[in-house]
Write a protein that binds this ligand. Structure first.
Ligand SMILES: Nc1ncnc2c1ncn2[C@@H]1O[C@H](COP(=O)(O)OP(=O)(O)OP(=O)(O)O)[C@@H](O)[C@H]1O
Ligand SMILES: [Mg+2]
Length: 242
């Protein structure tokens, strides 16, 4: 049974240069910020770089744990991985619906909601323009208890190419990463049933820790613009600085 997932660098004319290297950077930032994140490293196989991702859906004995991505958990077609504003207007926030399906099956519903808000906040500030419903998952324990899977497939794609600025899920009505304020993250989480103070403390604490971590972990050579763009947006959106 596999213990790792290998994501090789695209062969020719890479659609997005530095993608796997900056995915490794983002996952390392998440880890250094104390968030639950899949462990990654970059390796070279036969001259071709690849991201090596440790599987989180295995026990220490190598047994498989069940996981469901958010599309599966909500019974959505995989093609509907990006939440549209029309779905949001018809059915309400997809994140809220997910929290309502999952939190009550978690050991501690409040912890589940805080974990979800931490992951959503991370993906916004790190510029992950691909944080759709197949890039978040639930993990089920052998006893059927639900928890949020560690972060995976998170990369600063918006800071590599500004066309990829979508939030994936609608956040308090917002769909562009560069339009999401701290207040939007808090309001979205309040709609899931999180107390205002808990939501605000969670968002601020993630922002402060990610700010520190992003400044302590070096970007791969050639991708230094990620840091400049992240700082420009951070100042513009008045996200929390420690
Ligand atoms: N560390 C991990 N442990 C267990 N399962 C994982 C892990 N990382 C990813 N997966 C699973 O594998 C799937 C594909 O991985 P990932 O999202 O990283 O690849 P991708 O090719 O970038 O996907 P896409 O472009 O469709 O978003 C994920 O949707 C998830 O279900
Ligand atoms: Mg993915």
């Amino acid at each position: 049974m596999s213990s790792h997932i290998i994501k090789p660098e695209p062969l020719s004319g890479a659609a997005m240069p530095h993608l796997i290297q900056t995915e490794h950077w983002a996952m390392s930032v998440a880890d250094a910020a104390g968030l639950s994140a899949a462990q990654t490293r970059v390796e070279i196989f036969d001259g071709r770089s690849a991201l090596v991702v440790a599987r989180y859906d295995r026990t220490s004995d190598g047994e498989r744990l069940h996981q469901e991505d958010f599309c599966q958990a909500l019974g959505l077609d995989p093609d509907a991985k990006y939440e549209s504003t029309s779905e949001y207007e018809r059915l309400g926030s997809r994140l809220r619906r997910l929290a309502s399906v999952a939190a009550d099956r978690a050991i501690d519903p409040q912890t589940f909601r805080v974990d979800l808000l931490s992951a959503v906040t991370f993906n916004v500030i790190v510029g992950n323009g691909d944080a759709h419903s197949k890039n978040y998952s639930l993990l089920l324990s052998r006893r059927g208890e639900v928890s949020l899977a560690p972060l995976y497939d998170s990369a600063p794609v918006m800071y590599l190419d500004s066309r990829f600025r979508g939030t994936g899920h609608v956040i308090n009505g917002r769909t562009g990463i560069d339009t999401v304020d701290e207040a939007d993250l808090v309001a979205e989480a309040r709609s899931w049933g999180l107390a205002p103070r808990v939501a605000q403390n969670t968002v601020r604490s993630v922002m402060a820790k990610v700010w520190d971590a992003a400044h302590s972990i070096a970007l791969p050579p050639g991708a230094e613009q990620v840091s400049d763009r992240l700082e420009t947006l951070w100042v513009r959106r008045q996200w929390t600085v420690p």
